[in-house]
Design a protein around this ligand. Structure first.
Ligand code: PLP
Length: 505
């Protein structure tokens, strides 16, 4: 269909490829500085030096003092540390936390957890693009409020908040402000002194650095308590032998922030032209990103009537990686809380894709993506058969020409029983062992909530299996439409491909 197949990675808000200079730095640190930074001999002193150099570089990048920086295992950990500190310190006195409703799950789920522990959690008002109503927020802050949480830029739509104006309000009201700056770093200038926040969090893997290393900024004299207790590392705030090589890699990635910022006007141009050309392909699609106030690389698009799981899998089949706005592999397949908070219906949320461009995305990449999408809109044909949950009836279930492949992970299997006569194996096993599947039957792939099924079926198609299908919306939907069949047959005569093929890869 396409002359030149390309690999195009458009999920840079999920994570970024590690920059070669960063990889070099990490490798050199692993090789030369394996000593424990807490020990006293020479090799260890080298490690301690690496840490302090990194702290200096990172603090310069953010315009803060190096005494205000704590390295953590992730930004999620950093968010948890701040929120739980404030809750514990103020537990019986000030127990209200106000947050924007479009924060990352590492904020929202902590808040929902603390609610069960007696915290009063309120979400502030936002408009349909996600911009916080600062006047309303000001009124919402009362004497019982301890903390306000507001991200600098959102991961799903790219909306940027006026943190400087918000910090003026929190200062006047005498409450702390935590800002999640994970998505903003490298995409817009981040000067923490100028933003005047009390706490901020960052993550190396969003700026072409390694995964598993985060950063917590705590303004001097603001309270902070350890989430992980143990040794004296990170001034006793974050125990555990320091992740020296990843910290060095984080600092190396920070060195490229000025270069990234300089490249951002081109990135923005590319994003804008991508959006404009998408609109030309289909004028019905809805752009959820407000470009005047958004990150230069982020584009959230709703394709009415097109299921994002199926569309994402199709793009993957053509080598294109993008993200959906809704959670995958969950028991209840809830739509994205961010899109819901923007007033986008659950249906439209399941029609939404997020494209996040990166510094290596080229015009040719975007042209290729546009041509794949244009082709799909033209003939709407799909490379494998899509079976609706209603279609998969008793006859089909017990037809000997069908081979039902259940690609759920074990934790999902605990929640729902499998279809009768099905063969169980998770998607990564299938990827390595597809050759054990039959070629003379129709393979019907079923997953939990409709995300893995399209991917696995298209993968099998790409490996030459002729007769492949998947069940739309997965076992959750199938059970909903066939509750009688589920009670009668689910869990009967199941074969586990992994245990039956002990010598498989
Ligand atoms: N905050 C935001 C806005 C994010 O996008 C992410 C990553 O997806 C995180 C926090 C969590 O970062 P980490 O993967 O370091 O825990």
């Amino acid at each position: 269909l396409f002359k030149f197949r390309r690999e195009v990675y458009l999920d840079n808000n999920a994570t970024t490829p590690v920059r070669k200079e960063v990889r070099r730095k990490i490798n050199a640190t692993l090789k030369n500085c394996y000593g424990n930074p807490s020990s006293l001999y020479k090799n260890a002193r080298n490690s301690a030096e690496i840490l302090e150099d990194a702290r200096k570089i990172v603090s310069l990048s953010l315009n803060v003092s190096s005494t205000e920086i704590i390295f953590t295992g992730s930004a999620s950990e950093a968010n948890n540390t701040v929120i739980k500190t404030i809750f514990e310190l103020n537990n019986s006195k000030k127990n209200k936390i106000i947050s924007s409703p479009i924060e990352h799950p590492s904020v929202i789920s902590v808040l929902e957890y603390l609610k069960t522990r007696g915290a009063e959690i309120e979400y502030c008002r936002i408009d349909k693009f996600g911009t916080i109503d600062i006047n309303a927020l000001e009124k919402q802050i009362d004497n019982n409020t301890a903390l306000v949480i507001c991200m600098l830029a959102n991961n799903e739509t790219g909306i940027i908040q006026n943190i400087k104006a918000i910090s003026k309000v929190t200062k006047t009201k005498g409450v702390y402000l935590l800002s999640d700056c994970v998505q903003a770093l490298g995409k817009i200038p981040v000067d923490l002194k100028d933003l005047d926040v009390d706490y901020a969090v960052f993550s190396a893997h969003k700026i072409y650095g390694p995964k598993g290393i985060g950063l917590l900024y705590v303004r001097n004299n603001c309270p902070i308590q350890p989430l992980i207790h143990g040794g004296h590392q990170e001034r006793g705030i974050r125990a555990g032998t320091e992740n020296t090589h990843n910290i060095a890699g984080f600092a190396e990635a920070c060195k490229f922030i000025p270069q990234m910022l300089a490249e951002n006007s081109n990135l923005k141009k590319l994003t804008l032209s991508f959006a404009g050309k998408l609109k030309q392909i289909n004028s019905d699609l809805i752009i959820n990103t407000l470009f005047e106030k958004s990150l230069p690389n982020t584009l959230s698009v709703t394709f009415p009537g097109i299921n994002n799981a199926v569309f994402m899998a199709l793009l993957d089949y053509y080598g294109i990686s993008v993200a959906a706005g809704s959670a995958c592999n969950t028991q209840d397949d809830r739509p994205s809380h961010v899109l819901s908070a923007l007033g986008i219906s659950a249906e439209y949320s399941r029609n939404t894709l997020r494209f996040s461009l990166g510094h290596s995305t080229s015009e040719k990449d975007i042209e290729y993506v546009l041509s794949v999408i244009k082709n799909y809109f033209k003939d709407q044909s799909f490379p494998v058969t899509i079976i609706s949950p209603r279609q998969l009836n008793e006859n089909m279930l017990f037809d000997e020409n069908n081979y039902i492949l259940d690609v759920r992970y074990w934790h999902d299997r605990k929640l729902l029983k499998s279809l009768p006569n099905s063969y169980e194996a998770n998607p990564s096993f299938i990827k390595k062992n597809f050759h054990i599947l039959p070629n003379d039957k129709q393979i019907i792939v079923i997953c939990q909530s409709g995300y893995d099924g399209p991917f696995v079926s298209l993968f099998l198609k790409s490996k030459g299996f002729k007769n492949v299908a998947f069940v739309f919306a997965g076992l959750i939907a199938w059970k909903l439409y066939n509750s009688d069949l589920y009670s009668k047959y689910a869990g009967l005569n199941i074969k586990n491909l992994i245990t039956e093929n002990k010598f498989a890869k």
